[in-house]
Design a protein around this ligand. Structure first.
Ligand code: ZN
Length: 216
C-alpha cells in the first residue's frame, strides 16, 4: 500500500504490532503483564484502507476486533535513545488488528507462532493518516471502536503500559526504520466478535473523521 501524507508518498513494507499494551486488556484475556513490549509483525498485504470491504477470513471461527492507535514512521534510521523517538513519527491514525482469537489461543498454548491468526489478508484495516505535529500530546489521545454503529471500545494512549515513545525506541533500536513503516500500538479492553456482514469503524480525538469498513 502507498501512503501519501502532505505530498510525500511512501510504500509500506513493514507493519510492527504491539500486543498486551493495556492492563485491562491483558486481564480480560487472562495473560501475564509483559515486562517488555510484545512485538510481532504483519505483512504489508494485511493493510486495507478505510471505505473498502475486507474479506472475511474463513480459516478460524472467532474473529475479534482490536481498535488501536496507529503510527506512521516518516524517516529511516536507528533510534539510539528514547528522547529521539518522537522525531521518527510523521503520522497518526486509527486501525484494527483483526485477530482470529480461537486460532491465536490454540497457537499460544502450543508455543507456536501466531501469524495465521493475525497476519492474514485484510487483517489490518487503517484510516487515513493525520500529520503528527509537535503540539500533539502523544500520551493523551482518545480513541474508540464501533461495531454496527455501537461503541464497543474506548481507550486513551495515557493508559498504555509502554507509552508511544518507548515503543518507537524499542522497535527502532532492533530494526533500522524505513520511511513508511507502520506501528500498531495495542488495544484497550473490550475486544469482541465480528461477524460476516458487520460494519466496524473507529475514530480518535485528533480528527472528526470516522473510518469504516464493511465485510464482503
Ligand atoms: Zn492488537
Amino acid at each position: 500500500m502507498e501512503i501519501v501524507l502532505h505530498g510525500k508518498s511512501a510504500t509500506v513494507q513493514r507493519i510492527f504490532c504491539v500486543g498486551m499494551n493495556y492492563l485491562d486488556h491483558v486481564k480480560e484475556l487472562n495473560n501475564k503483564i509483559p515486562e517488555k513490549p510484545v512485538i510481532f509483525m504483519k505483512p504489508a498485504s494485511s493493510l486495507i484502507a478505510s471505505g473498502k470491504n475486507p474479506r472475511f477470513p474463513s480459516h478460524g471461527s472467532n474473529l475479534h476486533y482490536e481498535t488501536e492507535l496507529v503510527l506512521l514512521i516518516g524517516k529511516g534510521g536507528h533510534v539510539k535513545q528514547e528522547s529521539d523517538a518522537i522525531r521518527f513519527i510523521s503520522g497518526l491514525t486509527i486501525g484494527f488488528d483483526l485477530t482470529l482469537r480461537d486460532l491465536q489461543n490454540n497457537l499460544r498454548q502450543n508455543g507456536h507462532p501466531w501469524e495465521i491468526s493475525k497476519a492474514f489478508d485484510d487483517s489490518a484495516p487503517i484510516g487515513n493518516f493525520l500529520e503528527f505535529k509537535s503540539g500533539v500530546d502523544l500520551n493523551n489521545i482518545e480513541f474508540s471502536g464501533f461495531v454496527n454503529g455501537e461503541m464497543r471500545q474506548k481507550g486513551n494512549s495515557s493508559e498504555m503500559i509502554f507509552p508511544i515513545e518507548k515503543l518507537v525506541s524499542c522497535i527502532g533500536s532492533i530494526w533500522d526504520f524505513l520511511p513508511g513503516d507502520i506501528i500498531f500500538t495495542g488495544t484497550p479492553p473490550g475486544v469482541g466478535i465480528l461477524k460476516k456482514g458487520d460494519t466496524f469503524s473507529a475514530r480518535f480525538s485528533l480528527s472528526n473523521e470516522e473510518f469504516s469498513w464493511q465485510f464482503q
